[in-house]
Ligand binder design. Structure first.
Ligand code: AQP
Length: 332
C-alpha cells in the first residue's frame, strides 16, 4: 500500500469542525487504501507560548478525538510526535541543507511572526517547516493530505528531499501533497472570510468537537449571514451562508444544490435549525466516544506507546540511512 502521512497540533482542548471536515473525515476514508501515519505533533505545538501541564492534556485529547472520529489505531499508526525522537534528529539534519532565505519565504511564518511580534517569535517557529519536512520524509511518504495553507510547506519538503537525494544519493521518497478542495475549507461563523481556527481570538465563531451539542446549536443559530434571506451558495457575496452550506454538505454527503432546493423559499432560521440538527447528530457520538477514551488515560497512553514503537521502527530505518549518507561516524 502507498504510504500517507498527516498530523495536527494539540493546540487546544478540542478540535474544531474545520479540523474535522478538512482533515479527520478525509483521513478516515484514506486509511482504507493507504498505509497511514497520523501524528499528534506536540513538538510543533511548543513553537508558540504554551502551558506544560495543559499541553499534556491537549495531546491526549487530540489523540482521543482522532480515534473517536474513526481513525483506527490498530490499522493506522496513530502516535505522538515526541515519542519518536527521530523527528527532532532529522529536523536538525534537514536544517543544515535549508537556505535561510528559503525558510524566510514561508508565508505562514511571516503571518504568525507578524501577529506575535519579533520578541515573541521563536527560532522554532521559523524552523517549523523543516520539522514538518522531517515528519513526512522519515516515513518515505507518498502522499500528504493537507489544507492549501500547508501547500508551501509540502513544496519545501519536496525541495529538501530532492536536494538531499542529489547531494548524498537516493534516500527519501519525494512526497506529493493532496490538497483538499476549496469546499472542505471552513470559515469562522462570526467572521466568515477568516479560516476557522483552534486559536481564534473569539470563541463565538468556532464549533468545537467536544462542546456540549446544545452550545454548538446555539452558535449556529447566531452565525453571521446576510440580509438577502435566500439559502444560496455564493462565496463572494454571501460568505456566511455559503460556509454553512459547505458544512451541511460535508457532514451529510449531499450536494450543495440539493440543500439549496430543500430550503428554497424558507428563511435562514429554518436552515440554521436544520444544520444545527445535522451537527449535533454528527458530533454527539464522536464527543461521547472521545470522552470515554479520556476516562481511561492509561489505556490511551498504552495504545499510543504501541503505535509509537511501530512508527519508530520505520523512522529509525530512514534516520540510520541519513546518518550513513552524510558521513556521521557510526556508533559501535
Ligand atoms: N478552517 C479549516 N477548514 C478546513 N480545514 C482546516 N484545518 C484547520 N482549519 C481548517 C485542517 O486541520 C488540520 C490541522 O492542522 P494543525 O492543527 O496543524 O493547524 P492549523 O491548520 O493551523 O489548524 P488550526 O485549527 O487553525 O490550528 P491553530 O489555531 O493551532 O493554528 C490541517 O490539515 C488543516 O488543513
Amino acid at each position: 500500500k502507498p504510504r500517507l502521512y498527516s498530523g495536527m497540533q494539540p493546540s487546544a482542548d478540542s478540535l474544531q469542525i474545520g479540523n474535522y471536515i478538512g482533515a479527520l473525515m478525509q483521513w478516515r476514508d484514506l486509511q482504507e487504501s493507504y498505509d497511514a501515519f497520523f501524528s499528534v505533533v506536540d513538538l510543533h505545538a511548543i513553537t508558540v507560548a504554551q502551558d506544560p501541564e495543559h499541553l499534556r492534556e491537549k495531546t491526549r485529547r487530540t489523540a482521543a478525538q482522532y480515534i473517536a472520529a474513526g481513525i483506527e489505531p490498530s490499522r493506522s499508526t496513530l502516535y505522538v510526535q515526541s515519542h519518536v525522537p527521530a523527528h527532532a534528529e532529522l529536523a536538525w539534519i534537514l536544517s543544515t541543507i535549508t537556505g535561510f532565505g528559503e525558510a524566510g519565504r514561508m508565508t505562514q511564518f511571516k503571518d504568525k511572526s507578524q501577529r506575535y511580534g519579533a520578541d515573541a517569535t521563536s527560532v522554532g517557529l521559523f524552523t517549523y517547516p523543516v520539522l514538518m519536512a522531517a515528519d513526512i520524509l522519515l516515513y518515505q511518504t507518498d502522499i500528504v493530505p493537507v489544507g492549501d495553507d500547508q501547500k508551501q510547506h509540502v513544496e519545501l519538503t519536496r525541495d529538501l528531499a530532492e536536494r538531499f537525494n542529489s547531494r548524498f544519493g537516493q534516500t527519501f521518497r519525494v512526497p506529493m501533497p493532496v490538497i483538499q478542495q476549496d469546499t472542505a475549507r471552513i470559515y469562522d461563523l462570526q467572521n466568515p472570510t477568516a479560516k476557522m481556527s483552534k486559536s481564534a481570538e473569539t470563541d463565538a465563531g468556532v464549533l468545537w468537537l467536544l462542546d456540549e451539542p446544545s452550545k454548538s446549536a446555539k452558535k449556529i443559530m447566531r452565525a453571521v449571514t446576510d440580509s438577502e434571506g435566500s439559502v444560496r451558495y455564493d462565496r463572494e457575496n454571501k460568505p456566511g451562508v455559503s460556509n454553512l452550506l459547505v458544512i451541511y454538505a460535508a457532514l451529510t454527503g449531499r450536494q450543495i444544490p440539493a440543500i439549496e432546493d430543500e430550503y428554497a423559499g424558507r428563511g435562514y432560521g429554518d436552515f440554521k435549525k436544520g444544520l444545527a440538527q445535522v451537527v449535533v447528530e454528527e458530533f454527539g457520538p464522536v464527543r461521547e466516544r472521545a470522552l470515554e477514551l479520556l476516562d481511561d488515560p492509561a489505556e490511551l497512553d498504552r495504545v499510543l506507546a504501541v503505535n509509537a514503537a511501530k512508527a519508530s521502527e520505520v523512522a529509525n530505518r530512514t534516520l540510520a540511512d541519513v546518518y550513513e549518507k552524510i558521513g556521521l561516524l557510526r556508533r559501535v
